[in-house]
Design a protein around this ligand. Sequence first.
Ligand SMILES: *Cc1c(COP(=O)(O)O)cnc(C)c1O
Length: 360
Amino acid sequence: MSDGPRDRIEVRPGLDMVSGYHSPQLDVDVRLNTNESPEPPPASFLAELAQAARDLEPHRYPDRRAERLRRAIGAHHGLAPEQVALGNGSNEVLQAVCLAYGGTQRTAVTFEPTYAMHAHIARVCGTAVVELERGPGFLIEAELAAARLAEVAPHITFLCSPNNPTGVVEPAATIDAVIDAAPGLVVVDEAYGQFAPWSATQLLDEDRPLVVTRTFSKTWAMAGLRLGYLLGPSWLVAELDRVLLPYHIDSLKQAAGLVALDHVEEMEVRVARIAEERGRIASALSDLDVDVVPSGSNFVLFRPRPVDGRVVWERLVERGVLVRDCSGWPRLDGYLRVTVGTPSEGDRFLAAIEDALAAG
Ligand SMILES: *Cc1c(COP(=O)(O)O)cnc(C)c1O
């Protein structure tokens, strides 16, 4: 008999295809699985944020347009506040893009393998997703991509540079070619932008249907505070107001973003330190029996050659080290992804992987 509410109350059609986002949060010593910053923001950041918190008026709604923060972010990129849209993490900005420009009867394109949330968010918003393939070295092949984009004619094309989970940085010529070929909006997710040698923010133009998303979660060491943003043409930013909830960026978060932007130099030093450590990890890995994908990000994708990736992942967990298990993902058979942590976490990881590979 089926008479409980569970049998009658069903999610809307389309959502049955979609499952939630899961990254295991295991309790181990060394957590190198979600690409967070290994270091907190500087102590002065927290002290200044605490001071700013004392001056807040929690009984009042926040500045709905977050004018000061959008102005500060814009200035950081040499853009106007009208070219900045904010979100509770960049995932929320991506959701706003899909709510405004995707939806039923509309199509989004991804180049796989890439950040799973692009397809996920698009689908949750009712958008059909067409997954296109990458070429050798996980790079997008510009000519092939142009031909497929002309065929599919997507409303939204997602790019990710550096790409998660591969770490690959797309050359400017590829992004240009995609913008030229895609009839709709092109989104370049630059969650790891500061780790890369160049940024698509250079290509932004009021007359180009291009937006770039950024986040405070990774390079800014603020994953717990949930702040992200989009840079794009002001007319497009204005349209996003149709779908963003009123007052969605709370007062404390607005203050946190402003305080963070007073610490650009420390952020850049931290990013440089992580990039250096990335070089050390990648080169140590390539001395082992492992394929390493060149990374322009704060993580390294690799594939153990002698032992199955899943088995290596389990052995790493047994040794107190958690990395991301991509080994079961389509197109990533046997691959694991390690976030670049502190040098001592790096040492722990390298010792553990050497051990895990030696175990045969
Ligand atoms: C981590 C990550 C994000 C960030 O999401 P937030 O919601 O800003 O924490 C976005 N895109 C990619 C590719 C990521 O890896």
